[in-house]
Design a protein around this ligand. Structure first.
Ligand SMILES: Nc1ncnc2c1ncn2[C@@H]1O[C@H](COP(=O)(O)OP(=O)(O)OP(=O)(O)O)[C@@H](O)[C@H]1O
Ligand SMILES: Cc1ncc(CO)c(N)n1
Ligand SMILES: [Mg+2]
Length: 498
């Protein structure tokens, strides 16, 4: 990290070094990397491998820099500045790859993200097939992540045809065999697809990461931007999958903001990296983990009032008893106080329904119902890093939540409940059906308490992460001991499930 003095305190700034080509049109390459890192609050140093004459029509010329001068740039940066993550783009010769590998052996960094740039979407060649053997044999084995698009994945695999998400899944596994720790096969160029699905493989699990496909001509540089924003989130200290998810959302949000920009006369324009709405932070966000849903405490001011407790005391007691996430149904005055309590204990806190309250209190996110603001709009207001949960009763709603960028779904009412009037009960069978269809983690809600929590976890589907409860905690005389008891029951249920 780069250190700066701030009121006498050292301030660490996450630092990405990009090793890539310059794009004179400034939509891709070095220029995309600089803008993406700036938008995400991360310092970006730039080692230029080639200068391209490029615009929205295509690539008119490529001027490759001498390898020893690329080595000199890397040495200047790495020997002086503390680089956290190296991201590579255009590496146009075998010698350039060797120079890069030599430099990072001499000055090791936390992670290497390789975007194996070969052909621009315009069809122009940026690195010829002569680099393929050194990519396969030397570069990929050093990479923490490699991010080929469909064409690049096909080249790496000797011309294999890739036309479906199923093909992308196989490609991700085969490329993983070449040695990188993680693989992301990007589906931006998937023919005739309504969604923009990328496939991530970490060597054990395959994930399909979906988002809405933005209808725009302005997609030049999405690949470079995605890789450098993953590098930026890694530099902040996020784990790989969280970094990839946030970066993908950043690209989607940026494409959406820039969808109507008119720059250039060619078929593929640049987009708006520096989103009009700046919501990204340079400090590590509270990355969402599905296991946060294990014991989900939802506050209720009526119940707490009845027992003579303030909301903040109720939240403190729930955390003391082992609550793993908190949802507030009480507003702004309480929100700020509870946000600071939860943050001091490392427990994420979400706001029920109110995006404005979440923004004003800097909560970790919101939980919305089907009749609240649409998830895609919530995402564009909150930005790529916040947590969004959405209540779903049907398979269709679960699918939409995934495509629109939610992090998890709440499903229920599992049992009848007095907390929510006129709420349809879906039962354990309904819950199981939604879990099986959902690509997102699920928390069960509705009438769950000490007596039946076990039976909920027993439906035995891996993405059911936990239970959300109101009365079971906050209608009890002692919140922390009620929470402890529930925590114990859930722990036992999960152990018997294994
Ligand atoms: N129209 C779109 N709407 C939403 N997301 C998109 C769109 N096009 C591409 N993406 C996303 O952008 C990221 C980059 O994907 P893509 O497959 O376009 O990479 P690429 O071809 O390497 O990009 P480049 O245009 O820089 O060469 C992926 O996460 C992809 O899903
Ligand atoms: C310099 C450069 N790097 C990467 C790409 C891929 O988008 C491009 N078009 N130009
Ligand atoms: Mg593309």
């Amino acid at each position: 990290m780069v250190s700066t003095e701030n009121n006498g305190h050292k301030m660490k700034i996450p630092h990405v070094m990009t090793v890539a080509g310059s794009d004179s049109g400034a939509g891709a390459g070095i220029q995309a990397d600089l803008k993406a890192c700036a938008a995400l609050g991360v310092y970006c140093s730039t080692v230029i491998t080639a200068v391209t004459a490029q615009n929205t029509v295509g690539v008119q010329g490529v001027n490759i820099l001498p390898e020893d001068f690329v080595a000199e740039q890397m040495k200047s940066v790495l020997s002086d500045m503390e680089v956290d993550v190296v991201k590579t783009g255009m590496l146009p010769s075998v010698g350039m790859v060797k120079v890069l590998l030599h430099s990072i052996k001499e000055y090791p960094v936390q992670a290497l993200v390789v975007d194996p740039v070969m052909v621009a979407t315009s069809g122009d060649v940026l690195a010829g097939s002569s680099v393929l053997p050194v990519f396969r044999q030397e570069l990929l084995p050093m990479a923490d992540l490699v991010t080929p698009n469909l064409k690049e994945a096909s080249y790496l695999l000797g011309g294999m045809h890739l036309e479906t998400v199923a093909d992308m899944r196989s490609a991700a596994k085969l490329i993983h065999d070449m040695g990188p720790r993680n693989v992301l096969v990007k589906g931006g160029d998937l023919p005739a697809s309504m969604d923009a699905v990328d496939v991530f493989f970490d060597g054990v699990n395959l994930y399909e990461l979906g988002s809405t496909r933005i209808n725009t001509r302005n997609t030049h540089g999405t690949g470079c931007t995605l890789a450098s924003s993953i590098a930026a989130e890694l530099a902040k200290g996020l784990p790989m999958l969280s970094a990839v998810k946030i970066a993908k959302r950043y690209v989607e949000t940026a494409l959406n903001y820039g969808k109507d920009m008119a720059i250039g006369r060619g078929p593929q324009g640049p987009f708006d990296h520096l989103l009009k709405l700046k919501v990204c932070r340079s400090v590590a966000p509270r990355a969402f983990c599905p296991s946060d849903l294990f014991l989900y405490a939802v506050t209720d001011s009526g119940m707490n009032g009845k027992w003579g407790r303030s909301i903040s005391d109720a939240v403190k007691a729930a955390i003391e008893g082992g609550a793993t996430i908190v949802q507030l149904r009480d507003f702004i005055e309480a929100a700020k106080e509870c946000v600071s309590i939860c943050h001091s204990k490392g427990v994420p806190i979400l706001i029920n329904d109110r995006v404005d309250v979440a923004l004003a209190s800097d909560a970790d996110g919101v939980h919305v119902g089907q009749s609240d603001m649409p998830v895609s709009l919530v995402r564009s207001l909150l930005g790529p890093e916040k947590i969004i949960g959405v209540s779903c009763k049907t398979l269709q709603q679960a699918h939409e939540a995934w495509i629109n960028g939610a992090d998890y779904i709440g499903s229920g009412g599992v049992f009848p409940t007095n907390t929510k009037a006129n709420n349809k009960t879906i039962g354990l069978d309904g819950l199981k059906e939604v879990c099986l269809a959902s690509k997102l983690p699920v928390v069960a809600i509705g009438g769950i308490g000490l007596s039946n929590a076990h039976s909920v976890m027993e439906i035995n589907v891996p993405n059911l992460e936990g239970v959300a409860v109101v009365s079971a905690l906050f209608n009890a005389e002692c919140v922390s001991s009620a929470t402890k008891q529930l925590h114990e029951i859930l722990k036992q249920a999960v152990q018997t499930r294994k």
